[in-house]
Design a protein around this ligand. Structure first.
Ligand code: TXA
Ligand code: MG
Length: 349
């Protein structure tokens, strides 16, 4: 096999992205680049990740550089299984083992005390590391062939909408990354759920692609770090995130007042509506006042809504015929919680 040598694929933000199919040749090139200390965009079942050698400081530095990500926001290390995760961490609570047994491979990240092998840059200097065992066959194959943990944040510029397709990665990073492996749209569509422990108590650090209820069935009720006195706040959970370029406002489920309807804005403004289960703020009669309506799941299926969420938000953001976005909040159970939390942080004037 003759893969393009890494030297021919140096980072060039001014150039279009190098999107390659995630076939044997594409994966070989990805592994070659990773070995050379480069960052590459890789598909996972949650969102596309910007992957690099998880044990090499210079490779990790590339991730922060390409994303424009502050170094206080730690990275998730991706491994192929429990053994590999244990090699990087210490002191697993019984619940952590149960969760890994139940949900790995899958959209679940566990934060555990790190071993010395994990570089400080991966954890932003924290004594704990975030570990995830992804389910996507391409990601698993690349990690296995690479032979070590791959650090990977979502493959977007810092604070922007997460990418769930290779085209979305290209729109975010262009030629700043030497390779984007294309394996089609991500199935889950939301980043992993993150669980950490504080004084033996499990905490929900980030709602995500694995519903809270599924985890609580094993751990019992989860608290949020904000609710726990003396708990170090989850790093990286900045107020503004997942942000479209256009203004976005969230209106509560079932809100029918005129204040949430597009008429309450400048009448010349063209409003795009991101909704769920056919809900129209202000009532059905107002449907015609939106320039465009995207329904995440007309049948009210939260998993379907999750899969479509980021790409629908991106579509409205990129539509030249829309000035601002209104999104309806979803039901708060299942994956609705994770979608609502992303909407709340995407909201801005
Ligand atoms: O599904 C996902 O998790 C995706 C795909 C690519 O695997 N990755 C992802 O990474 O969402 P990122 O960088 O966008 O989110 C990582 C977050 C950090 O912002 C932080 O909140 C949390 O994980 N995190 C990482 N290490 C941590 C640590 N040691 N302690 C607490 N939180 C940590
Ligand atoms: Mg992210």
């Amino acid at each position: 096999m003759t893969a393009t040598p890494p030297t021919a694929a140096v980072s060039r933000p001014d150039r279009p992205a190098n999107i390659q199919p995630a076939d044997a040749r594409g994966m070989a090139l990805a592994v070659e680049l990773l070995r050379a200390g480069e960052a590459v965009a890789l598909p996972t079942e949650t969102v596309y990740g910007l992957g690099a050698d998880g044990l090499r400081e210079s490779a990790l530095a590339q991730i922060f550089e390409i994303k424009g990500r502050p170094r206080f926001d730690p990275l998730i290390l991706h491994v192929t299984g429990l053994t590999e995760a244990e090699a990087l961490t210490l002191d697993w609570p019984a619940d952590a083992r149960r969760l890994a047994a139940a949900f790995w491979p899958g959209p679940l990240t566990l934060v555990l005390p790190k071993r010395d092998a994990v570089p400080h840059l991966a954890t932003s200097g924290l004594p704990s590391a975030a570990l995830r065992c992804p389910a996507h066959p391409v990601m698993r194959e690349v990690i296995a062939r690479f032979g070590g943990p791959i650090a990977a944040p979502s493959a977007n510029r810092f604070g922007r909408i997460s990418p769930t397709t290779a085209a979305a990665v290209a729109a975010e990073l262009g030629g700043a990354v030497p390779l984007v492996l294309d394996a089609g749209p991500c199935e889950v569509g939301l980043e992993s759920t993150i669980i950490g422990w504080h004084e033996g108590e499990p905490l929900l650090l980030r709602a995500g692609g694995l519903p809270r209820e599924a985890i609580e069935a094993i751990t019992g009720p989860l608290r949020r770090p904000e609710a726990v006195e003396s708990s170090p706040l989850a790093p990286g959970q900045l107020k503004s995130h997942y942000a479209p370029r256009k203004p976005l406002r969230v209106c509560e489920m079932g809100a029918t007042t005129a204040t949430t309807a597009p008429e309450s804005h400048e009448s010349t403004e063209r409003v795009g509506l991101l909704t769920f289960a056919g809900l129209i703020p202000g009532g059905q009669a107002r449907a015609g006042s939106f320039a465009r309506v995207l329904d995440l799941s007309p049948s009210g299926n939260l998993a379907e809504a999750a899969t479509r969420f980021f790409s629908a938000l991106r579509q409205l953001d990129e539509d030249p015929a829309i000035d601002r976005i209104i999104a309806t909040a979803l039901p708060t159970h299942g994956l609705g919680l994770a979608i609502n939390e992303r909407l709340a942080r995407a909201e801005h004037a």
